[in-house]
Design a protein around this ligand. Structure first.
Ligand SMILES: Nc1ncnc2c1ncn2[C@@H]1O[C@H](COP(=O)(O)OP(=O)(O)OP(=O)(O)O)[C@@H](O)[C@H]1O
Ligand SMILES: [Mg+2]
Length: 357
């Protein structure tokens, strides 16, 4: 019988190192972000010769290597010197001054944070860092709820670079004038990758993650194209993993175009746009939009309220704005309708767009 010949055995896998498809995996080289890495490095270089560093505001769409590029530079620096301490904070997880200060203490190896006030802890940080130099990288900075810590750092740490990363270029404008004038940040924009760059980056990950030769050319091409159209490497990584799993479930030794297509029909905005990281309130609002697509913001707000939502209208609007910028929803402005101007909110049906083969 040849019925099962050529099929994947139970002890075989198409994956060589699946971890390489994790969003947090940092490859050994980061192609197509050399200039951005150089600019980040230029801001922190003065710290290496005992001078004060520069501050940098980094912005750009989701999934295009901002975090990766920044971490890359910080890692290289760590290998180079112990005189400059680098502190990386994800502000989605640590969104208040107190949480950030505690986190910095932990990074510095100071463990006695229990029952201490923010001011006391900041004194500890100051004593340690003012003997050296420091880089503060605040990633996802638009999730911050207050900025007292930033003020303290800018005022009281002598030799430092502050890096702020967000998806929104206008986030900086919303900062307090006093903060802005102390920051004097240079600005670095990350633009999306084109198709050739996307292909290159995903190809590198393919080599890390999969057994060599398991991808059929057209299957990989389709996924690279979809990721390039969506301008999101994260989507590409997700699709590659899905397609690999689908192929494996069918005991196929190859990942074919059909597997790639099927992986695409399985994604929706929730799986790729980091919606798992939205807080409960935001998830609930997004659910309402999903169930009531093409409604006006005002009507959506009323539904939200009737379900016990607590936000005031202005904050609700800001959430919608955020969803829009993260491509969870699209907005249509209607000018001069019977109720004056209004905005229609539509749930972004990413699957529909992607499955247009
Ligand atoms: N130039 C590159 N080379 C290799 N991998 C890359 C490159 N750019 C992005 N990636 C990979 O793509 C994924 C998304 O990148 P990253 O997390 O840096 O996005 P981001 O711009 O910080 O997005 P967000 O704004 O949503 O946080 C990561 O797994 C990262 O390793
Ligand atoms: Mg990031």
């Amino acid at each position: 019988m040849t019925l099962f010949k050529g099929m994947l055995r139970a002890d075989e896998s198409l994956f060589k190192n699946e971890v390489a498809l994790d969003y947090t995996f940092l490859p050994k080289i980061l192609p197509h972000r050399e200039n951005q890495q150089r600019q980040i490095a230029a801001c922190i270089k003065p710290l290496l010769i005992g001078k004060n560093g520069k501050n940098l505001f980094i912005h750009g769409a989701p999934g295009i290597g901002k975090t990766a590029a920044m971490k890359f530079v910080l890692n290289e620096l760590e290998e180079e010197t112990e005189e400059v301490v680098s502190i990386y904070i994800n502000c989605w997880q640590k969104n208040t001054t107190f949480k950030i200060i505690v986190e910095i203490c932990e990074t510095l190896g100071y463990k006695l944070t229990h029952n201490k006030r923010t001011e006391e802890l900041f004194e500890v940080i100051k004593n340690i860092l003012n003997k050296k130099a420091a880089i503060f990288a605040f990633d996802e900075a638009d999730k911050l709820e207050d900025f007292d810590f930033l003020y303290s750092i800018l005022e009281e740490i002598y030799k430092k670079s502050v890096l702020l990363v967000t998806n929104y270029y206008n986030w900086l404008d919303e900062l307090d004038e006093r903060l802005k004038s102390r920051l004097m940040a240079e600005v670095l924009e990350f633009k999306p990758y084109n198709l050739a760059e996307t292909r290159d980056i995903l190809n590198q990950r393919m080599e890390y993650a999969f057994v060599s030769g398991v991808w059929e050319h057209e299957a990989f091409e389709l996924i690279a194209k979809k990721a390039a159209e969506a301008e999101d490497i994260r989507l590409g990584l997700h699709l590659m993993r899905e397609a690999g799993n689908i192929a494996e479930n069918q005991s196929s030794r190859k990942i074919t175009l059909e597997h790639a297509k099927e992986s695409i029909t399985k994604v929706d905005a929730f799986t790729i746009k980091k919606s798992s990281e939205l807080n409960e309130e935001e998830q609930a609002i997004l659910e309402i939009i999903k169930d009531n697509s093409e409604e006006k913001i005002g009507d959506l707000y009323n539904i939200y309220k009737s379900q016990g939502g607590k936000l005031v209208y202005k904050s609700f609007q800001r959430k919608i704005d955020k969803f829009h910028k993260n491509k969870f929803v699209s907005l249509k402005k209607i000018f001069g309708g019977k109720d004056g101007n209004s905005t229609i909110v539509q749930y972004a049906n990413i699957t529909k767009k992607l499955t247009d083969f």
